[in-house]
Design a protein around this ligand. Structure first.
Ligand code: GDP
Ligand code: IMO
Ligand code: MG
Length: 424
């Protein structure tokens, strides 16, 4: 059995898309288990660059099966656009994309409510894709699922009662115009017809595949510090992006998953609001942002950048049970004279090695840094660990030591071939 989960071990955008694409070569099924089109996973193949939001990054390998599990929230409009984009670029999706009947559907009122909530002073900095409001409805038991799009009367009933409530909230709380039942019903019934060929019992599909010794790769979206339980709540997304979510979000028992791999950048980034202890407060912010092209793959927003944070990654190692680490974007640090690694936080005479639960405390924590010499050499053409500059090896070794997790793969550029294993 070789079923692995790949998760982001920071605040998302760690390079999961690239890493999934590489690991997908040795998998049979690639499965998204949470999140929605708030994700933006980039895969670069030669001169072609693909940004995947909903469809698993394994789709770029010809014969792999891709599954969108029950834990994902699906905007059918965005899904159909993504399918069309892939087909236009010569990637066949039919008969290798499967969508769970039980996944929840993002509706226009979810997006509008997300946008309106974000206009408030205390915003989260969401992607405004309707993710939070859709997951709220799921938990409140008023959500609409993919299967409902395939049943005319169920869809009409659910839309009717939801619109009654949503339109009243929109008018009374936000002074906004509501939605029309007839046109929404027609539009979503049509989406149901268009996606019906992909819809199936994905729990059965995956469990049968496992019985037949197929290898499953679970593709995490977002990152550990954006997880609704383990992240910097409330500045998080609304799903469990950590490894445990893979089981809940697909119907595959935890005992069928035997490896968890964390992806980390050689530094740290975050998009949106919320605490970020190692965030740069000098010219390095712009320097790293430009060199690392740190602009959101989904929203285009500039990403906040900072030093590698050992407290964050240790937290990720624990809550995901990380077996191995992949370090990406080492090349972005090539020009620096000195590098810093955060080994702990200090606040009120106390040292924190565990991530504090209180946002108030976290905001006041000061990172404790260790300094290491930079390597000041271009690493983008390096193809083996042995050829890395000595100071780059020292940097990676220190990270490995600090987070007590083996680094198995190193990435020095966005292309497939700019990757090599660490060895021992
Ligand atoms: P994801 O959401 O975790 O899949 O990551 P994103 O795709 O949002 O962001 C990662 C960005 O870094 C993408 O533009 C990748 O093409 C790029 N990338 C991935 N690995 C490397 C690397 O090792 N070096 C550089 N310079 N860029 C990388
Ligand atoms: P990938 O999979 C980085 C962030 C948003 C915001 C918070 C909540 O590409 O790593 P949401 O729209 O989910 O309600 O926003 O989460 N966020 C991400 N940040 N990468 C992502 O996905 C993200 N998906 C959501 O910026 O701070
Ligand atoms: Mg991304």
């Amino acid at each position: 059995m070789s079923n692995s989960v790949i998760v982001g071990a920071q605040w998302g955008d760690e390079g999961k898309g690239k890493v999934i694409d590489i690991f997908a070569a040795k998998a049979d099924y690639i499965v998204r288990y949470q999140g929605g089109n708030n994700a933006g996973h980039t895969v670069v193949i030669g001169k072609d660059s693909f940004i995947l939001h909903l469809i698993p990054s394994g789709i770029l390998h010809k014969n792999k099966i891709c599954v969108i599990g029950n834990g994902v929230v699906i905007d059918p409009r965005a899904l159909l656009e993504e399918i069309a984009m892939l087909e236009e670029r010569g990637i066949k999706v039919d008969s290798r994309l499967f969508i769970s009947e039980e996944a929840h559907v993002i509706l226009p009122y979810h997006k509008l409510l997300d946008e309106l909530k974000e206009q408030k002073k205390k915003k989260i900095g969401t992607t405004k894709k309707g993710i939070g409001p859709c997951y709220s409805d799921k938990v409140a038991r008023s959500g609409i699922r993919v299967i409902d799009l395939l049943e005319e009367d169920t869809l009409k009933d659910k839309l009717r009662s939801n619109l009654e409530e949503k339109n009243s909230v929109l008018a009374k709380i936000y002074g906004a115009e509501g939605f029309n039942l007839a046109s929404m019903y027609k539009e979503y019934l049509d989406y149901g017809k268009k996606i019906s060929k992909y819809v199936c019992n994905t729990k059965r599909l995956l469990n049968d595949a496992i019985k037949n010794k197929k290898r499953i790769l679970f593709e995490g979206a977002q990152g550990t510090l954006l997880d609704v339980d383990y992240g910097t709540y409330p500045f998080v997304t609304s799903s469990n992006s950590t490894a445990g979510g893979a089981s809940i979000g697909t119907g595959v028992g935890p005992n069928k998953i035997n490896k968890v791999i964390g992806v980390v950048k050689a530094y740290t980034t975050r998009v949106g609001e919320g605490p970020f202890p190692t965030e740069f407060n000098d010219s390095l912010m712009e320097k790293i942002r430009q060199k690392g092209k740190e602009f959101g793959a989904t929203t285009g927003r500039p990403r906040r950048c900072g030093w590698f944070d050992g407290v964050v990654v240790n937290h990720a190692v624990m809550v995901n049970g990380l077996d191995e680490l992949v370090v990406t974007k080492l090349d972005v640090l090539d020009e620096l004279d000195t590098l810093k690694i955060c080994t702990g936080y200090k606040f009120g005479g106390k040292i924190y090695n565990d991530f504090p639960a209180s946002i108030k405390t976290l905001t006041q924590c000061r990172p404790m840094y260790e300094e290491l010499p930079g390597w000041r050499k271009d690493t983008t053409g390096i193809t083996s660990y042995a050829k890395l500059p000595t100071n780059a090896k020292r940097y990676l070794k220190r990270i490995q030591e600090l987070v007590k997790t083996k680094i198995v793969l190193i990435s020095v550029g966005s292309e497939r071939n700019q990757t090599f294993s660490k060895g021992d």
